[in-house]
Design a protein around this ligand. Structure first.
Ligand SMILES: NC(=O)c1ccc[n+]([C@@H]2O[C@H](COP(=O)([O-])OP(=O)(O)OC[C@H]3O[C@@H](n4cnc5c(N)ncnc54)[C@H](OP(=O)(O)O)[C@@H]3O)[C@@H](O)[C@H]2O)c1
Length: 265
């Protein structure tokens, strides 16, 4: 970033979809420390309340809303809490719903929920804020992606596909908004220690020391936001897969092996 602070560049309000835990909570704390007021969206009330309190203690205003981003009412729920605010930054962090099943035999509703969270929700949110941000000529949109969006893997076909959409969508949005002074970034995570991943039991030990922590990832994301369209977290175990490989079969199989090591059971 130039010499401008986060508040100058992205204030006075930031909306974080998935702002209660993990990387989202760290984005919140970093923005709060720099004086940006926050709207935090998530489903579970307790982490939402805890993160809001931690941020309020830094002297900023925080609004929270319990929103399921996969619900048909989600945009109305978001509008109800942001409508009177001057929002300078949208962060879409929620998105680890990978519904880890192979397509054959899976519940279609489960597969669709991945698309709702990782395709439809970011689309609706970006659509909601892109126009106003372009009009005010300042601000940012950061969407969190995944290394799975580069390379297919069994049991992650829909998740990987949704993150591929997210990456390409964000790249296009970056082109569309840059001439309006709005920064856009897809922040691509690999294995990262978050409460959600702890709950699903990822075998981080299999990835040696190349598992990122949420704070570092959030810091890098905010640092790189003015330098879109894409930032891959280089320190993680999956980043060694080349994004545009000549040999797709070898890459897909190598990714599959890495995923097998990472997932327990
Ligand atoms: N952690 C990793 O190893 C890893 C690797 C690659 C990419 N990523 C990406 O990093 C981002 C964050 O992942 P994460 O591991 O922290 O897990 P996550 O399940 O995406 O949780 C992050 C935040 O989003 C909220 N959230 C999740 N589903 C939601 C929904 N349907 N509606 C509203 N809020 C929702 C969570 O709170 P609630 O659960 O209370 O709603 C939490 O505040 C995701 O986009 C993920 O794809 C993570």
């Amino acid at each position: 970033m130039n010499d401008s602070t986060l508040a100058e560049r992205y204030g006075p309000w930031a909306v974080i979809a998935g702002g209660s835990e993990g990387v989202g909570a760290e984005f919140a704390a970093l923005l709060a420390a720099d004086g940006v007021n926050l709207v935090l969206l998530a489903r579970k009330p307790e982490p939402l309340r805890d993160t809001a309190e931690r941020c309020r203690a830094l002297g900023i205003e925080v609004r929270t809303a319990i929103v399921d981003l996969t619900a048909p009412t989600m945009m109305a729920d978001v509008d109800a809490v942001v409508d009177d605010l001057d929002v300078g930054l949208l962060i879409v962090n929620a998105g680890a719903n990978s519904y880890r099943h192979e397509v054959a035999g899976a519940d279609l509703a489960g597969l669709r929920s991945v698309v709702e969270l990782n395709v439809m929700a970011p689309l609706a949110l970006a659509h909601r804020f892109a126009g106003p941000l372009a009009e005010r000529g300042r601000g940012g949109i950061l969407i969190v992606g995944s290394m799975s969006g580069f390379t297919g893997s069994a049991g992650l076909s829909v998740y990987g596909g949704s993150k591929a959409f997210s990456r390409i969508f964000t790249e296009g949005l970056w082109v569309e908004l840059r001439e309006h002074g709005v920064d856009v970034l897809q922040l691509i995570l690999g294995a990262t220690r978050t409460p959600a991943m702890a709950r699903v039991g990822l075998n981080f030990d299999a990835m040696d020391d190349r598992v990122s922590d949420s704070r570092t990832v959030a810091e890098l994301g905010l640092q790189q936001l003015p330098h879109g369209p894409v930032q891959v977290i280089e320190s993680n175990a999956l980043a060694e897969l080349p994004p545009q490989p000549a040999d797709r079969a070898a890459t897909v199989l190598e990714n599959h092996r890495l995923m097998q090591r990472l997932m327990k059971g």
